[in-house]
Design a protein around this ligand. Structure first.
Ligand code: ACO
Length: 428
């Protein structure tokens, strides 16, 4: 296998080093291209650009493989918990019992927001989307820890635990605010996911009964979303972190990137699409026809992926969990039947087959969240809670790299050539 690539430009040949990953992924290293040739690479949407070398998550999109720190997602979904997988993703190894206890204690002792932060919640209009509140409040949380301004290296463990724990508290508080209900504080004796359900659904006078199958399904959703290498939001976190902005600022930017319907917002968009199909009486076939027509403005939400050109392994796990949860909770959701029909039809349709479009993680996650009584506008917030360990691990890779450079892509300018300033009196 060659460890050099040859590039011919303007009659000259240049040798470019080839970099190999653990799983034999190959990349042509163009870091010195501009300095040696005067050319840059152009890759709109970054479909062919490796922005970093990372040790956290491996994906083989052709084979439908996803591994956190080398461990297959199927094994983690079966045997691990969100918090154990979060530790694995951030620290690079499965925790011992002592390490897991220390991590859990740190999460519990940092789960309460600074009391003054309650006042920030009061200033948001009740119509606010919880993703807007989440992003703003994560950034606001940094104001309470002045050590961050001097760099957070000495306090990484504490800040990481605080962010994982508090993003869940903020999410629950923003939901309570949106429905005009009083804030419910976390309990020290509850596990991470049970505590979230408690903060969402308990009342000051009546504790919500946490069903184990509900807590387990939600924990699985968090675990399956915990990292996914250089997606839009994680790349945003790395981009912001590369300027040496603090962990909270970097992750708050990640929340904004996640919000869009082409990324984390797809879980909300899928349920809205299924509701629209259900209300119109369509069995899904009209929608499939529209999704294939580029002028319709419709897409089959929850389908397709930049990296997976095969089944998204998370979608398979979620679909199975979805079936189990609906049976356990005795729910007959017509949207599930529509989703199943859409999937079957799309997987047989030449448009989707030729473009290798398969269901992604978001196709069934919304149906589980509905079954768990999670309101639709909270779906993407749940994704953000799950993704926090991945963002923090990626932040850490940037912050720990002594040779790290600020991320700063170039462009090919296609605007006007040199142009003169025209005084306003002479403009036509
Ligand atoms: N419905 C209909 N057509 C689609 C869909 C879809 N869901 N997804 C892709 N296509 C078509 C494109 O129009 C394009 O067609 P063309 O070759 O005729 O021009 C072709 O398939 C390739 O798609 P791209 O847009 O080039 O794929 P890209 O990698 O840029 O986008 C994305 C990936 C954003 C996920 C896209 O598939 C999409 O919009 N899906 C729906 C939204 C969604 O589910 N997002 C969640 C992604 S997973 C996540 O972030 C957790």
């Amino acid at each position: 296998m060659s460890n050099q690539a040859k590039l011919e430009l303007d009659g000259k040949t240049y040798n470019l080093p080839v970099v190999s990953g653990t799983e034999d992924e190959k990349a042509v290293d163009v870091s010195a291209l501009r300095a040696t040739t005067g050319y840059i690479t152009l890759d709109e949407g970054y479909g062919n650009t490796g922005a970093c070398q990372s040790k956290i998550t491996f994906i083989d999109g052709e084979k439908g493989i996803l591994r956190y720190r080398g461990i297959p997602i199927e094994e983690l979904a079966d045997k691990s918990s969100f918090i154990e997988s979060a530790y694995l993703i951030i620290y690079g190894h499965l925790p011992t019992s002592a390490e897991l206890n220390t991590f859990s204690d740190l999460l519990t002792s940092n789960q309460n927001l600074h009391e003054d932060m309650k006042y920030h919640f009061e200033s948001f209009p009740s119509s606010s989307h919880p993703m807007a509140i989440l992003s703003a409040m994560i950034n606001a949380a940094s104001c309470y820890y002045p050590d961050l301004m001097q760099g957070d290296r000495g306090h990484f463990d504490e800040h990481a635990a605080r962010l994982i724990s508090q993003v869940r508290t903020i999410a629950a508080f923003s939901y309570r605010k949106s429905v005009g209900k009083p804030i419910i504080y976390p309990k020290n004796n509850y596990k991470f996911t049970a505590n979230f359900l408690h903060m969402l659904f308990s009342d000051p006078y009546d504790d919500y009964e946490i069903k184990p199958e509900v807590a387990r399904a939600l924990d699985l959703i968090f675990l399956l979303h915990a990292d996914h290498e250089q997606n839009c939001s994680t790349s945003t976190v790395r981009m912001v972190a590369s300027s040496q902005a603090n962990m909270y600022a970097s992750c708050s930017a990640g929340v904004c990137a996640l919000w869009g319907p082409l990324h984390g917002g797809a879980n909300q968009a899928v349920v809205e699409m299924l509701k629209e199909i259900h209300a119109s009486g369509d069995d899904g076939s009209k929608f499939i026809t529209a999704a294939k027509d580029k002028t319709s403005g419709k897409k089959l939400m929850g389908f397709g992926h930049r990296v997976y050109k095969n089944h998204d392994p998370r979608a398979k796990i979620i679909k199975k969990a979805c079936d189990e949860v609906l049976v356990a909770l005795k729910i007959d959701d017509p949207l599930l039947n529509i989703a199943i029909k859409l999937e079957e039809a799309a997987l047989k349709d030449s448009y989707f087959v030729e473009r290798k479009l398969y269901p992604n993680v978001d196709f069934y996650s919304g149906i589980i969240m509905r079954a768990l009584s999670i309101p639709v506008e909270m779906f993407t917030v749940l994704f953000a809670i799950g993704r926090m360990p991945g963002w923090i691990a990626n932040y850490k890779e940037i912050a720990d790299d002594p040779k790290g450079r600020i991320c700063r892509p170039r462009q090919v300018y296609v605007g006007q050539p040199l142009n003169a300033y025209v005084p306003i009196s002479k403009r036509k």
